[in-house]
Design a binder for this molecule. Structure first.
Ligand code: DX5
Ligand code: ZN
Length: 217
């Protein structure tokens, strides 16, 4: 699998949103990570469909939405026309996972589940793995950018990669939270192929985001 970097919009300079998106358009093999928060599942509120409809008109990258929301089923409908490539919801948010996955599959090209640091791989029923296109392992507690990376995620990547390998499942392993040039190599070695990074990329003083992205790669 090729390595995809998914810069998180949460850390851009929102007063320069268009320019920031154009800077990212100069770089290839990116997804654009969109953290949708509802101030209920997590204690923070970000952006919704009206903003992302504008983002879509500028960004050339595949839109990778990470829903940290209590009711992902509502957002599945609400975001139908935004043109998302990937729709990831949190495993902890709901109970009828298969029903939602089925619904999402009819709308979005890629469907992901996200696991909080405290959610174990073994708590996910085996029947789920071949129904999803992506598994997002959180390496911080969700809600905010700029938090410290939790190295415990590496054991979870290894465990998940083993399950994927043994059964020849095709899902991507994405990791999100506190990723930088120091820890990215360990994540990729353990089996991750899709890395989200926010503050590390967008804190580059000269806005040379390609240099930070290349360091991660
Ligand atoms: C946190 C979000 C992340 C966040 C990552 O809840 O899911 O996508 O933007 O930001 P950094 O890379 O700064 O930890
Ligand atoms: Zn995220």
């Amino acid at each position: 699998m090729s390595i995809i970097i998914s810069p998180s919009l949460l850390s851009v300079d929102f007063l320069e949103l268009k320019k920031e998106l154009e800077r990212l358009n100069e770089i290839d093999e990116l997804w654009l990570h969109l953290d949708v928060m509802d101030a209920h599942f997590v204690p923070n509120l970000t952006f919704g469909e009206p903003v992302l409809n504008k983002v879509k008109t500028v960004s050339k990258h595949k839109l990778d939405a990470h829903f940290m929301v209590t009711d992902p089923g509502f957002f599945a409908e609400n975001f139908k026309n935004v043109g998302l490539h990937n729709f990831t919801f949190h495993w902890e948010a709901i109970t009828d996972h298969e029903k939602l996955i089925h619904k999402l599959k009819a709308i979005y090209p890629s469907v992901g589940i996200s696991l909080n640091p405290s959610t174990s791989i073994s708590s996910i029923p085996n029947s789920i793995w071949n129904q999803v296109d992506l598994v997002l392992l959180m390496s911080v507690n969700p809600g905010f950018g700029g938090q410290k990376f939790m190295p415990e995620v590496i054991d979870k990547i290894l465990e998940l990669d083993q399950i994927r390998h043994t059964n020849n499942y095709q899902f991507q392993i994405q990791v999100d939270g506190g990723i930088n040039d120091q820890n990215a190599g360990y994540l990729i070695q353990a089996g991750a192929n899709n890395l989200v990074a926010g503050s590390y990329i967008f804190s580059e003083p000269n806005k040379d985001y390609a240099s930070r992205i290349n360091k991660i790669r």
